[in-house]
Ligand binder design. Structure first.
Ligand SMILES: NC(=O)c1ccc[n+]([C@@H]2O[C@H](COP(=O)([O-])OP(=O)(O)OC[C@H]3O[C@@H](n4cnc5c(N)ncnc54)[C@H](O)[C@@H]3O)[C@@H](O)[C@H]2O)c1
Ligand SMILES: *[C@@H]1O[C@H](CO)[C@@H](O)[C@H](O)[C@H]1NC(C)=O
Ligand SMILES: *[C@@H]1O[C@H](CO)[C@@H](O)[C@H](O)[C@H]1NC(C)=O
Length: 268
């Protein structure tokens, strides 16, 4: 009887220990995997796009990226922290093919295809789009969860990256550029958006000839080119940059895109 009890107790103890060990291993392995995956994916995706990188040294690009936020309070990473990153991997402009957007990201990318250059098709933009990352004080690791959200604090690693990269992308835009604005928003041109607060303010008048606003509506309902908010956009633009506005419905644009060939004749 006693022997049996001892056996059962021992068996239970061993079972519990095994479970604890397995859980511990899973947690440790998963944690390391996420971190290594982020770095490995970064370097892999960077290498796929080396045409864009002057140095082609993606390990070096990773180091420049990491130094912006590693070991820092994730609410104290200002846009300037990414200066070294932007200088080793600057966005390469495409004359007359620069496309900005505000509010309608998916539409912008459906229309861009291989014809237009958006921030998300630059090397850094493509590597970091839809990603989350941050560091922690006293740690040299990169975390991909538990990071502050977009509005939780202004100087968070993700928001500061997009602010800094957007400024650089806008500054090199040359020739005739376009911006897709969401005609179903109350203010298609929002002065607090990244397009309104950063990109427009960083255009280089000597490089940019014109800006075409494409106001995208759903079947003609929504804003038109007389919209008040667009007057603020015109005020922000240096007079030497020609301002053009055109209204297009989503279906018009998508139908045009389907027919578009390699010549990339604009759909607006
Ligand atoms: N790829 C990106 O994630 C990204 C992010 C910011 C800016 N940009 C650049 O700036 C322009 C678009 O920025 P925008 O601000 O004018 O357009 P927007 O208002 O559509 O915001 C763009 C992106 O910023 C993030 N964002 C903005 N406000 C947010 C909020 N309150 N909560 C959570 N996420 C939020 C989201 O990822 C959103 O897709 C583009 O021209 C692009 O070049 C790109
Ligand atoms: C963090 O620091 C430790 C100890 O110095 C080192 O072994 C490890 O490789 C570093 N990790 C990263 C991601 O740099
Ligand atoms: C444009 O929108 C304004 C405000 O909604 C409206 O009063 C006007 O009639 C519209 N103009 C045209 C040409 O549709």
């Amino acid at each position: 009887m006693v022997k049996r009890c001892v056996l059962v107790v021992c068996g239970c103890t061993i079972a519990v220990l095994v479970v604890v060990l397995v859980v511990f291993l899973v947690v440790v392995l998963c944690k390391n995997n996420t971190n290594n995956n982020f770095k490995d994916t970064f370097i892999h995706d960077c290498e796929e796009m080396t045409a864009e990188v002057h140095s082609t040294d993606c390990v070096g690009v990773w180091s420049a990226f990491e130094q912006a936020y590693v070991g820092r309070d994730p609410c104290q990473v200002p846009p300037e922290a990414y200066d070294p990153l932007l200088s080793v991997a600057p966005p390469l402009p495409k004359r007359n093919k620069m496309l900005f957007w505000s509010g309608i990201k998916e539409m912008a990318h459906q229309l861009a295809g291989d014809c237009y250059k958006t921030l998300e098709t630059t090397m850094l933009g493509s590597v970091l789009d839809e990603k989350t990352w941050c560091g922690k004080k006293g740690s040299n690791e990169t975390f991909t969860s538990g990071c502050p959200g977009w509005t939780e604090c202004e100087n968070n690693p993700v928001r500061s990256f997009w602010s800094r990269a957007s400024a650089e992308f806008a500054a090199v835009a040359c020739g005739d550029a376009a911006v897709l604005l969401d005609g179903s928003r109350d203010t298609p041109f929002s002065p607090t958006s990244i397009f309104g607060s950063i990109e427009v303010k960083n255009f280089t008048p000597d490089l940019m000839k014109s800006l075409t606003v494409v106001l995208v509506t759903k079947d003609n309902v929504g804003a038109n080119c007389t919209d008040e908010s667009l007057k603020n956009l015109q005020k922000e633009l240096t007079p030497s940059i020609k301002y053009i506005c055109t209204e297009k419905t989503e279906s018009e644009l998508l139908t045009c895109k389907k027919k578009q060939d390699k010549s990339c004749v604009p759909c607006w």
